[in-house]
Design a binder for this molecule. Structure first.
Ligand code: 13P
Ligand code: ZN
Length: 275
């Protein structure tokens, strides 16, 4: 029988959990990751599925375009730090029912574990990103990115007030997220309200900042999604360091320079965030 842990989907998922842990973005059980599997991923993993799947759990949200899909998900209360050493206890695969309203565990999440408490949020955002990217996006990643969180204490909580300093703090940022980032005000985690607020933003953005909480990022694969979170957090770190000097900012990347980057790299910048 094939070893499910050697399949590309599981290998990539586990590596990304470890990468996030090594960055320091996943204290305790902080953060969560979900991946919408391809048909090939599902067929490669199926030999390891439980002969008797577990019971269905209604999510309280329905997304018809995710009916019948399979997701790899981190477990609620589980530590990213432990994923690599005991994947079957800390992550799992869930199948979505034909209504697109409930999940059941088909592999992993052993000993009574359940998908992340943010699963309804991930699920709603997978639905949006699947639709707006014509099925290309498959990964949703939530991390407690330190410097992004720090900025939510000192910047006005608007998409524009976050996007501009992030674009200006690292030259390649406008290329990586030309549409900018969205900002969600402080909300209780794990609820339907934060799920809805985030999914409105993810119609436009690849990533959203959760105030006083973290970052929520999407992408087509593990590399691109991790790279997006890493790029946003690095830029936030630079801006935090700049602010921490207490010195006036003498120069930054001006809007004409942002436009020049966009022109040469062939991306369309969100004009609403330029002067
Ligand atoms: P979970 O352990 O349920 O994934 O929650 C962690 C978290 O970061 C909530 O926002
Ligand atoms: Zn969190």
């Amino acid at each position: 029988m094939t070893d499910i842990l050697k399949t590309p989907a599981l290998e990539g998922f586990i590596r990304m959990c470890d990468d996030g842990w090594l960055q320091g973005w996943h204290e305790r059980n902080g953060g969560n990751l979900t991946y919408r599997m391809t048909d090939a991923d599902v067929e490669a993993a199926r030999p390891a599925f439980a002969p008797e799947p577990r019971e269905w759990h209604e999510m309280g949200v329905t997304c018809e375009n995710l009916a019948g899909e399979y997701f790899i998900t981190t477990g609620s209360g589980k530590y990213f730090r432990n994923v690599q050493i005991a994947p079957e206890k800390n992550i799992g695969i869930v199948e979505i029912n034909e209504a697109g309203s409930a999940w059941r565990i088909v592999w992993g999440l052993e000993d009574g574990a359940v998908p992340t408490s943010e699963f309804p949020t991930h699920f709603m955002n997978h639905s949006v990103r699947k639709r707006v990217t014509d099925g290309a996006n498959r990964v949703i990643y939530h991390c407690h990115a330190t410097n992004v969180i720090a900025l939510t204490y000192v910047l006005p909580l608007t998409d524009r007030d976050f996007t501009r300093p992030l674009w200006q703090s690292a030259t390649e940022c406008p290329v990586v997220f030309p549409e900018g980032v969205g900002v969600v005000p402080w909300m209780v985690p794990g609820g339907v309200e934060i799920a809805k607020a985030t999914s409105v933003l993810m119609e436009t953005y690849q990533a959203a900042v959760w105030s006083q909480h973290g970052l929520f990022a999407s992408g087509p694969d593990f590399d691109t999604t991790f790279g997006l979170a890493h790029t946003i957090e690095k830029s936030a770190e630079i801006y935090v360091k700049v602010l921490s000097t207490g010195q006036p900012i003498l120069q930054t990347i001006e809007d004409d320079s942002l436009r020049a980057i966009a022109r040469d790299f062939g991306v369309q910048l969100n004009e609403a965030f330029l002067d």
